[in-house]
Design a protein around this ligand. Structure first.
Ligand code: DGL
Length: 259
């Protein structure tokens, strides 16, 4: 069982930012990555629709024999992970916006959070935000349009720069000193964000924490791959494989799959 792959899914290519963290921390693990790009973005869909798509992705990965599933999507985690955990008998690791460290460390008492509508409106996000960030100003911004641009291969475009300028201005005006990235597509915006934000603003995401949590859960459940051979990785997308390949190392092979 421990040689079985870790399954990872996202609404599209963004979760590859999480796959990279997992692969760095757990180089002997085999992985299968599923990008549901044909149904992206998830962030503007209803909770029921997000749950239905998350079940579809999970069932595919379970059929491939995955021993654990990483929901590498904040929107799917905040809307569907409870249902997945209650339905399937394998461990699930989710990703949520890292609002806690931002709220604990801010000096200006103002933090920005960029996430999808689906994440910001979820009960899970409200709960975390109320628990840790009640005492500070939180500027919540829906990142409408960002996922679509990345999914269409327009990461480095004028449109992306204009969108980010629009979304960051109210945060800069409110003197945030932390920006929380609440979507796994957003780490790919890092160079642009650094360019647009004042130099004192720290940008945080949850990718490394997810990889650490994955390692910890695999350890506790005796599922760590004890074979000391570099892991094998399969990438599937129901979108355009070349857009996904452009975000990965050239040796990663991405296959089209109709699912
Ligand atoms: N990567 C997904 C997330 O973390 C994007 C959601 C979407 O497709 O809107 O939320």
């Amino acid at each position: 069982m421990s040689k079985q792959p870790i399954g990872i899914f996202d609404s599209g290519v963004g979760g590859t930012s999480i796959w990279k963290e997992i692969q760095t921390l757990l180089p002997y693990e085999n992985t299968i990555y599923l990008a549901d790009s044909a149904h992206a973005p998830y962030g503007t869909k209803s909770t029921d629709a997000i749950i239905e798509l998350s079940i579809k992705n999970t069932e595919y990965l379970i059929k491939q024999g995955c021993k654990l599933i990483v929901v590498a999507c904040n929107t799917a985690t905040t809307n569907a992970i409870n249902t997945l955990r209650n339905t399937y008998n394998i461990p699930f690791i989710g990703i949520e916006p890292a609002i806690k460290p931002a709220a604990l460390n801010t000096k200006t008492n103002a933090v920005g959070i960029l996430a999808t509508k689906g994440t910001l409106s979820s009960a899970l996000f409200s709960k975390t935000s109320n628990l840790f960030a009640n005492h500070i100003t939180v500027i919540e911004q829906e990142g409408n349009g960002i996922v679509e641009l990345i999914e269409n291969g327009k990461l480095h475009s004028k449109d992306m720069r204009s969108l980010l300028e629009l979304y960051l201005t109210p945060m800069i005006d409110a003197h945030i000193d932390y920006l929380v990235l609440g979507c796994t597509h957003y780490p790919y915006l890092m160079p642009l964000l650094v360019d647009l934000l004042p130099s004192n603003v720290k940008i945080i995401d949850s990718g490394e924490a997810v990889a650490k949590q994955t390692k910890s859960v695999l350890g506790k459940t005796n599922l760590l791959n004890s074979t000391l051979e570099i892991g094998e990785h399969a990438f599937f997308t129901n979108g355009n494989p070349s857009i996904m390949t452009s975000l990965l190392n050239p040796e990663c092979h991405v296959e089209y799959l109709d699912f």
